[in-house]
Design a binder for this molecule. Sequence first.
Ligand SMILES: Nc1ncnc2c1ncn2[C@@H]1O[C@H](COP(=O)(O)OP(=O)(O)OP(=O)(O)O)[C@@H](O)[C@H]1O
Ligand SMILES: [Mg+2]
Length: 361
Amino acid sequence: MVDVVFEKVQKKFGHVVAIPGLDLHIRSGEFVSLLGPSGCGKTTTLRMLAGLEHPTEGRIRIGEREVNNVAPGSRDIAMVFQSYALYPHMSVRENIAYPLKKRGVPKSEHATRIKAAADLLQLGPLLDRKPKELSGGQQQRVALGRALVREPKVFLLDEPLSNLDAKLRAHMRSELIELHRRLGRTMVYVTHDQLEAMTMSTHIAVMHGGELQQFGTPSEIYNRPVNTFVASFIGTPSMTLVPAELLAEGGLKLKLGAHVFDLPDDVVEARPDRVAPITLGIRPEVIEVGHGPGVAKVRIVEPTGHETIVILDIDGEDVTARISGDTALKAGETVKFDLRRDRLHFFDAGSGRRLNRDIRP
Ligand SMILES: Nc1ncnc2c1ncn2[C@@H]1O[C@H](COP(=O)(O)OP(=O)(O)OP(=O)(O)O)[C@@H](O)[C@H]1O
Ligand SMILES: [Mg+2]
């Protein structure tokens, strides 16, 4: 079993505290994405795991072994960077063979290992070409191949798809998912692209300002974000966050602008005394347009084909809704709407912390 564990890991660069204190347990065989905006500490975390940066405090374990003082080359990991850094004067075959040579793997094994990697990544016909004779996606696959031949216990990937165009990125995403399924190795993947993280990962670690915000499956992160940061970072179009109030007047009610909606009594952890200011989170699919007790003005209609994104003005607040593509709605119209009360997100207005009661564990 090759779990990867960060225990109270801190990293400072001079007085810049990049990572104040990270606790993270990645289980063997998982595909974990480190996800967050630029500067949140993703690369620093990955580089500490690779041994390219030394933690200021705390411990990092790979499998049973504490690796704080283990050199990068002895950690049994392979890292793929955003820039593939292939050797331009070497052929694909030589590029892939390079780590084997460097590590003194017996020559008799090279051909078998290169063939296995090339087959997996469909590089067979390209083995004799130079990197400049390859497309971006093919170069990316060679970089992966070079990591793969080493047969490491853990793969580290830092935004490996960011240089590729949208179509190739989607294709490589599927290939990486397939690769992970076939190899069953632990993979740690850095990205600021929430769609990549959502589609590929078994677990996502959402980071912000060097701090881990939430660690969970894509579904947990999407359906039960722990705070407004995670809520707004995940999902396209983003969740709308608007100021609102919870009222306890007989039953529990939600006040949004001039609208008051009844709520199930048990949707929040703690009932407010009378009134509690909150931040209300509404995912685009949670607002129903065309019927219901609410009245809104249609501000913007954005058809995308199979669905249409509509920005509604609800008492002066912009709220994004996702509706079917064949709508006849026009900007400027007035429409009825409803909210799916069991799928709203409630956050503390001050701290941004989630207030929903979670029915499932
Ligand atoms: N060598 C360094 N010296 C000083 N500060 C650094 C150094 N490396 C990183 N930092 C700082 O640490 C923080 C985290 O940087 P890091 O590169 O880990 O972010 P990131 O999440 O990978 O961002 P990006 O998405 O832009 O790659 C940033 O504030 C950055 O400026
Ligand atoms: Mg980075």
